[in-house]
Design a binder for this molecule. Structure first.
Ligand code: SAH
Length: 372
């Protein structure tokens, strides 16, 4: 049995690959070739790495190394061109990864011809965002989120986080940096409860896959010590904080994690976060009808954010089975936005992507548990 267990090459850093190359008695430059084939070439098997000599490829296989690219089990395409992927890892565990094309025709919405003009490369979009998962399930238990109902099964490794992105890029036949791809670590799981693997994945994505850190955003439910850790990283995504409530009582009810790190601690970490030139923090706020969407709530949000270089993304609740909240009416959402804007807080209403295929925020997991 143990012989068949393979060690994934995906997820290894250049340094780690260098050790592996040395052990095989190969010259050090082979590590760079391996690194490029894995992350930039996104090969599916070591056999495909034609820059490496046959005997080294054989040696890797004999020592039980395999690329370790996850497989795409299922693929759902929305009328708005969003694609939700069910991605499976070696142990059979799955997560969901979402592909969201934007721009020319990427958001035709009604599936009609409108705006579906193809660009020079024959594509109906000019940039795309991949929503990435960091854990199988989630431990945080936010009351409005479907993924929370799963509980957490396990962390993803750095290789699985990167692999999920490579699998989607391969399927879409897209290659950064030539093709403009943004990443949001906003899929299943709480990235800051899997910090080491998450940040290692970020480095591999920047150095290997070629996605600039400025095109990445990580979202946290508010794991305060890790906000400080992220601020100290030399290479890091932008930071988004899932606020979702305007006072402690409400936030504790909606997000029990608030008992551990309350708004005072969370906002202190936000204030201490070292922003780069022109960088802003993002606060996400899921609007729940008659729960957190009043004018009073909006004014409290303004007070919390006062003095911060930040923007707010409002997300109307995406409903789901077992979720005991309602989506506010459009006017209510606009009223909330207006109060924030009037106080100088840039506030955007996030349009749900792929709601028809359960790909929108807070909906990831349905396939795994309920079926398509
Ligand atoms: N665990 C991290 C990463 C997930 S991001 C975090 O909480 O930030 C997912 C985003 O979707 C969060 O901002 C969350 O508040 C939001 N969300 C969760 N459930 C939702 C739902 N049912 N409708 C709309 N947004 C939801």
């Amino acid at each position: 049995m143990t012989e068949t267990i393979q060690t994934a090459l995906l997820g290894l850093s250049l340094q780690e690959l260098t050790l592996l190359v040395e052990e095989a008695g190969q010259p050090p430059y082979r590590a760079r070739q391996l690194f490029e084939a894995l992350y930039s070439g996104r090969v599916e098997s070591a056999e495909q790495i034609s820059t490496l000599p046959q005997d080294f490829r054989r040696n890797l296989a004999e020592r039980g190394f395999a690329v370790g690219l996850p497989s795409i089990e299922q693929k759902f395409v929305s009328t708005d061109s969003t694609v939700r992927y069910l991605v499976a890892f070696a142990d059979g565990q799955t997560v969901e990864t979402v592909w969201m094309p934007e721009g020319d025709g990427g958001e035709a919405g009604d599936g009609s011809e409108a705006g579906s003009q193809l660009d020079k490369s024959g594509r109906a979009w000019d940039r795309a965002t991949i929503c990435v998962s960091s854990q199988v399930g989630c431990a945080v238990d936010c009351q409005f989120c479907l993924t929370a109902l799963l509980g957490v099964k396990r962390n993803l490794t750095a290789g699985e986080i990167v692999g999920q992105i490579c699998a989607v890029l391969n399927d879409q036949q897209v290659s950064p940096p030539h093709d403009r791809v943004n990443l949001v670590f906003m899929g299943m799981g709480e990235p800051f409860l899997n910090y080491e693997n998450f940040i290692k994945a970020v480095r591999l994505l920047v150095e290997g896959v070629g996605i600039p850190e400025a095109r990445m955003t990580v979202s946290t439910a508010g794991i305060v010590p890790r906000i400080y850790d992220l601020g100290a990283e030399a290479v890091r995504p932008k930071l988004a904080i899932s606020l979702n409530a305007s006072n402690d009582e409400l936030r504790t009810r909606l997000m029990p994690i608030n008992r551990k790190w309350n708004l005072e601690k969370l906002m202190a970490a936000a204030r201490d976060f070292p922003l780069r030139n022109r960088e802003r923090l993002t606060f996400e706020y899921v609007l729940l009808d008659e729960v957190n969407d009043s004018a009073g709530n909006a004014r409290e949000v303004v007070e919390l954010i006062r003095g911060l270089r930040a923007k707010v993304n409002l997300i109307a609740l995406n409903p789901g089975p077992g979720i005991a909240f309602r989506t506010p009416a459009e006017e209510q959402i606009l009223r909330f936005q207006k109060i924030l804007m009037a106080s100088g807080v840039p506030t955007f209403i996030r349009r749900p992507r792929g709601r028809d295929i359960y790909a929108a925020c807070g909906q990831l997991k349905r396939t795994v548990e309920v079926g398509p």
